[in-house]
Write a protein that binds this ligand. Structure first.
Ligand code: S3P
Length: 173
Protein backbone atom coordinates (compact mmCIF):
# COMPACT_ATOMS: atom_id res chain seq x y z
CA UNK A 1 0.00 0.00 0.00
CA UNK A 2 1.14 3.55 -0.73
CA UNK A 3 -0.05 6.25 1.64
CA UNK A 4 0.08 9.55 -0.19
CA UNK A 5 0.27 12.79 1.77
CA UNK A 6 -0.95 15.87 -0.02
CA UNK A 7 -1.38 19.47 1.06
CA UNK A 8 -0.15 23.02 0.61
CA UNK A 9 3.50 23.99 1.16
CA UNK A 10 4.38 23.76 4.87
CA UNK A 11 1.25 21.77 5.73
CA UNK A 12 3.46 19.17 7.43
CA UNK A 13 3.62 16.50 4.69
CA UNK A 14 7.29 15.70 5.28
CA UNK A 15 7.23 15.87 9.09
CA UNK A 16 4.03 13.87 9.44
CA UNK A 17 5.33 11.51 6.75
CA UNK A 18 8.45 10.81 8.81
CA UNK A 19 6.46 10.08 11.99
CA UNK A 20 3.95 7.94 10.12
CA UNK A 21 6.73 5.95 8.45
CA UNK A 22 8.30 5.32 11.88
CA UNK A 23 4.99 4.16 13.31
CA UNK A 24 4.11 1.91 10.37
CA UNK A 25 7.72 0.75 9.93
CA UNK A 26 7.93 1.55 6.26
CA UNK A 27 9.95 3.91 4.10
CA UNK A 28 9.16 7.55 3.45
CA UNK A 29 9.69 8.90 -0.03
CA UNK A 30 9.53 12.66 -0.44
CA UNK A 31 8.75 13.44 -4.09
CA UNK A 32 10.78 16.70 -4.06
CA UNK A 33 13.83 14.86 -2.65
CA UNK A 34 13.33 12.09 -5.20
CA UNK A 35 13.21 14.62 -8.07
CA UNK A 36 16.33 16.38 -6.72
CA UNK A 37 18.22 13.10 -6.53
CA UNK A 38 17.17 11.97 -10.00
CA UNK A 39 17.80 15.33 -11.64
CA UNK A 40 20.92 16.11 -9.61
CA UNK A 41 19.59 19.63 -9.05
CA UNK A 42 17.65 21.26 -6.21
CA UNK A 43 14.01 22.22 -6.83
CA UNK A 44 15.08 25.88 -6.74
CA UNK A 45 17.76 25.20 -9.40
CA UNK A 46 15.28 23.32 -11.60
CA UNK A 47 12.81 26.25 -11.45
CA UNK A 48 15.60 28.76 -12.11
CA UNK A 49 17.53 26.93 -14.84
CA UNK A 50 14.87 24.89 -16.58
CA UNK A 51 11.59 26.58 -15.65
CA UNK A 52 8.39 25.52 -13.92
CA UNK A 53 6.98 23.71 -16.97
CA UNK A 54 9.99 21.37 -17.02
CA UNK A 55 9.64 20.82 -13.25
CA UNK A 56 5.93 19.91 -13.62
CA UNK A 57 6.73 17.47 -16.46
CA UNK A 58 9.37 15.72 -14.39
CA UNK A 59 7.14 15.80 -11.30
CA UNK A 60 4.45 13.83 -13.18
CA UNK A 61 7.05 11.44 -14.59
CA UNK A 62 8.48 10.59 -11.16
CA UNK A 63 5.03 10.46 -9.56
CA UNK A 64 4.06 7.76 -12.09
CA UNK A 65 7.30 5.91 -11.38
CA UNK A 66 6.59 5.91 -7.63
CA UNK A 67 2.92 5.00 -7.99
CA UNK A 68 4.04 1.87 -9.83
CA UNK A 69 6.14 0.85 -6.81
CA UNK A 70 5.21 -2.49 -5.28
CA UNK A 71 6.62 -1.66 -1.85
CA UNK A 72 4.84 -0.24 1.18
CA UNK A 73 5.74 3.43 1.26
CA UNK A 74 4.58 6.74 2.60
CA UNK A 75 4.78 9.17 -0.29
CA UNK A 76 4.92 12.85 0.55
CA UNK A 77 4.10 15.00 -2.50
CA UNK A 78 4.99 18.59 -3.37
CA UNK A 79 2.29 21.17 -2.67
CA UNK A 80 1.51 21.53 -6.38
CA UNK A 81 1.68 17.88 -7.40
CA UNK A 82 -2.08 17.07 -7.24
CA UNK A 83 -2.95 20.28 -9.10
CA UNK A 84 -1.14 19.74 -12.42
CA UNK A 85 -1.87 17.57 -15.46
CA UNK A 86 -3.92 14.54 -14.54
CA UNK A 87 -1.89 13.83 -11.39
CA UNK A 88 -4.87 13.79 -9.01
CA UNK A 89 -6.68 11.38 -11.33
CA UNK A 90 -3.60 9.13 -11.39
CA UNK A 91 -3.47 9.19 -7.59
CA UNK A 92 -7.19 8.42 -7.17
CA UNK A 93 -7.13 5.66 -9.79
CA UNK A 94 -4.20 3.85 -8.19
CA UNK A 95 -5.90 0.96 -6.42
CA UNK A 96 -3.18 0.28 -3.90
CA UNK A 97 -2.77 3.92 -2.91
CA UNK A 98 -4.70 6.01 -0.38
CA UNK A 99 -4.53 9.79 -0.46
CA UNK A 100 -4.61 11.95 2.65
CA UNK A 101 -5.02 15.72 2.58
CA UNK A 102 -3.37 17.49 5.50
CA UNK A 103 -5.54 20.59 5.69
CA UNK A 104 -4.10 23.64 7.44
CA UNK A 105 -5.78 27.06 7.63
CA UNK A 106 -4.46 30.16 5.85
CA UNK A 107 -3.13 31.87 9.04
CA UNK A 108 -1.29 28.68 10.05
CA UNK A 109 0.31 28.35 6.62
CA UNK A 110 1.31 32.02 6.47
CA UNK A 111 2.89 31.82 9.94
CA UNK A 112 4.98 28.81 8.91
CA UNK A 113 5.85 29.99 5.40
CA UNK A 114 7.15 33.38 6.53
CA UNK A 115 10.08 31.48 8.04
CA UNK A 116 10.36 28.83 5.33
CA UNK A 117 9.85 30.61 2.03
CA UNK A 118 13.49 30.83 0.86
CA UNK A 119 13.61 27.29 -0.50
CA UNK A 120 10.22 27.62 -2.20
CA UNK A 121 10.56 29.29 -5.60
CA UNK A 122 6.85 30.14 -5.93
CA UNK A 123 6.80 32.36 -2.84
CA UNK A 124 10.47 33.27 -2.23
CA UNK A 125 9.96 36.73 -3.76
CA UNK A 126 7.08 37.70 -1.45
CA UNK A 127 8.32 40.04 1.25
CA UNK A 128 5.63 41.03 3.71
CA UNK A 129 3.08 39.04 5.70
CA UNK A 130 0.34 40.87 3.76
CA UNK A 131 1.80 39.83 0.39
CA UNK A 132 2.13 36.24 1.54
CA UNK A 133 -1.42 36.19 2.91
CA UNK A 134 -2.86 37.53 -0.34
CA UNK A 135 -0.91 35.11 -2.54
CA UNK A 136 -1.43 32.02 -0.40
CA UNK A 137 -5.12 32.83 0.12
CA UNK A 138 -5.82 32.84 -3.63
CA UNK A 139 -3.50 29.92 -4.36
CA UNK A 140 -5.00 27.77 -1.62
CA UNK A 141 -8.52 28.56 -2.83
CA UNK A 142 -7.62 27.36 -6.37
CA UNK A 143 -5.78 24.30 -5.15
CA UNK A 144 -8.36 23.21 -2.58
CA UNK A 145 -10.55 21.83 -5.37
CA UNK A 146 -7.80 19.26 -6.02
CA UNK A 147 -6.76 18.66 -2.42
CA UNK A 148 -10.35 18.04 -1.30
CA UNK A 149 -10.65 15.10 -3.67
CA UNK A 150 -8.34 13.12 -1.37
CA UNK A 151 -9.89 10.01 0.15
CA UNK A 152 -9.14 11.18 3.70
CA UNK A 153 -9.07 14.81 4.87
CA UNK A 154 -7.41 15.66 8.17
CA UNK A 155 -7.53 19.15 9.70
CA UNK A 156 -4.20 19.80 11.31
CA UNK A 157 -4.60 23.20 13.02
CA UNK A 158 -3.77 23.13 16.73
CA UNK A 159 -3.08 19.39 16.74
CA UNK A 160 0.19 17.77 17.78
CA UNK A 161 2.14 15.64 15.29
CA UNK A 162 1.33 12.61 17.43
CA UNK A 163 -2.41 13.35 17.31
CA UNK A 164 -2.32 13.80 13.54
CA UNK A 165 -0.46 10.50 13.04
CA UNK A 166 -2.93 8.72 15.34
CA UNK A 167 -5.87 10.22 13.47
CA UNK A 168 -4.43 9.01 10.15
CA UNK A 169 -3.88 5.45 11.38
CA UNK A 170 -7.34 5.33 12.98
CA UNK A 171 -8.95 6.42 9.71
CA UNK A 172 -6.90 4.01 7.61
CA UNK A 173 -6.90 0.79 9.58
C1 S3P B 1 5.49 23.50 -4.81
C2 S3P B 1 5.76 22.95 -3.58
C3 S3P B 1 7.09 22.46 -3.21
C4 S3P B 1 7.90 22.05 -4.44
C5 S3P B 1 7.91 23.18 -5.42
C6 S3P B 1 6.52 23.59 -5.89
C7 S3P B 1 4.12 23.98 -5.09
O1 S3P B 1 6.96 21.35 -2.32
O2 S3P B 1 7.37 20.89 -5.04
O3 S3P B 1 8.57 24.26 -4.82
O4 S3P B 1 3.77 24.17 -6.27
O5 S3P B 1 3.35 24.15 -4.12
P1 S3P B 1 6.54 21.49 -0.75
O6 S3P B 1 5.05 21.46 -0.68
O7 S3P B 1 7.17 20.31 -0.11
O8 S3P B 1 7.10 22.79 -0.27
Amino acid sequence: MIIILIGYMASGKSTIGKKLAEKLKCDLVDLDDYIEEKEQLTVTEIFKNKGEIYFRKQETHYLKELLASESQIILSLGGGTPCFGNNMELILNEEHATSIYLRASLPTLVKKLIKKKAKRPLIAHLETEEELTEFIGKHLFERSAFYNQAEVVISTDNKSKKDIVNEITTKLF
